[in-house]
Design a binder for this molecule. Structure first.
Ligand SMILES: [Zn+2]
Length: 333
């Protein structure tokens, strides 16, 4: 004991700690515990230099204690700098040495491992439940459907893009066409105005160089029986009309044969026509034009059985060279 004391006193002076050399005979019960160094886990045996924490009784190899210079295997519990000068007897150290300390650490590790394992098992169980639950399958199905829908959306978006592009193109073309239409409408209006002016000029020219009709009267004759049913200027009754024959009063500007185109327009606005009608007119009539104020009895339009003219407002127009040179509204009773 004294010898041992002497040996650690000198080391304490050097390192500020008690170093005990494990002896086969003296520390038999200690060796029977098969202690390990808390850092290196090296089994402590005969001849090893050890340091024992005076507070928690943890047994260190000298080299391990010197890493920190104090008890440090579990800093939360113990950071004591005091060391024991000898290995306490078995009874006194029921709670001491590296083994229990390590055990605490191991316990904690085991506890942590156990908790981790438990949590993992719970997660796996939950995953299994979730995986086999119909709801999960429905989610999976929904997810699959969602992918299809997303693909559809992308395809629709592309279609929309294409349609928008062609729509823009069409809108541009439409604008161009609208501008063209506006231009053409303006031109058309100007053209119509010009036509009107030309017609007026033409009419003036025709009346100056051909004739102008200033009065129109009608009679009704049946050519087959050579009977006149209505004389010129009398009231026109539809039942008495066979051939409706106009008599024109005109001022002739020249002398010669001309061909007049005649339009008879029905109360509903439709041109009276027959098999012999030229395009756009009811009939054509040759006449001999004389200079000055004259009258001309013209051939009529109708048939020998009568009844072709129903009652209503009629209109007759005399055309020459695409210009109307005489017109009259008349009523058939
Ligand atoms: Zn300690």
């Amino acid at each position: 004991m004294v010898k041992n004391r002497v040996s650690w006193i000198s080391k304490k002076e050097r390192f500020g700690m008690n170093v005990i050399i494990v002896d086969r005979n003296k520390h038999e019960s200690f060796l029977a515990d098969h202690r390990q160094d808390p850092y290196t886990r090296q089994l402590i045996g005969v001849g090893d230099k050890i340091v024992i924490c005076a507070n928690c009784k943890t047994v260190y190899l000298e080299s391990s204690w010197k890493i920190k210079g104090h008890c440090s295997i579990n800093p939360k519990i113990c950071e004591s700098v005091n060391t024991l000068s000898s290995i306490p007897n078995q009874k006194a150290i029921t709670h001491f040495s590296s083994k229990p300390t390590i055990k605490i650490v191991e316990k904690k590790t085991i506890n942590k491992t156990a908790i981790a394992l438990f949590v993992t098992i719970i997660i796996i169980l939950l995953a299994i439940i979730l995986f086999f639950s119909p709801k999960y399958f429905s989610y999976r199905k929904s997810a699959d459907e969602l992918i299809v829908v997303k693909q559809d959306v992308v395809s629709y978006e592309n279609n929309i893009k294409e349609l928008t592009q062609s729509n823009n193109k069409l809108a541009t073309e439409n604008n161009i066409l609208k501008t063209n239409i506006t231009t053409l409408e303006v031109k058309n209006k100007a053209f119509e105005e010009e036509v009107k002016n030309l017609k007026t000029i033409n009419k003036g020219i025709l009346s100056k160089h051909l004739m102008s009709i200033y009065s129109i009267e009608f009679k009704s004759t049946n050519y087959s029986s050579s009977t006149t049913y209505i004389s010129y200027g009398n009231t026109l009754y539809s039942s008495l009309i066979y051939y409706l024959c106009p008599k024109i009063s005109y001022n002739g500007a020249f002398e010669g044969n001309i061909k007049l185109s005649i339009k008879i327009i029905q109360p509903n606005g439709v041109l009276v026509t027959g098999n012999s009608s030229p395009s756009g007119y009811t009939y054509e009539q040759n006449m001999y034009c004389k200079k000055g104020y004259n009258t001309a009895e013209l051939g009529g339009w109708g048939n020998s059985s009568g009844g072709t003219y129903s009652s209503g407002n009629y209109r007759i127009e005399f055309w020459y060279s695409n210009v109307c040179i005489g017109e009259k509204n008349f009523y058939i009773y």
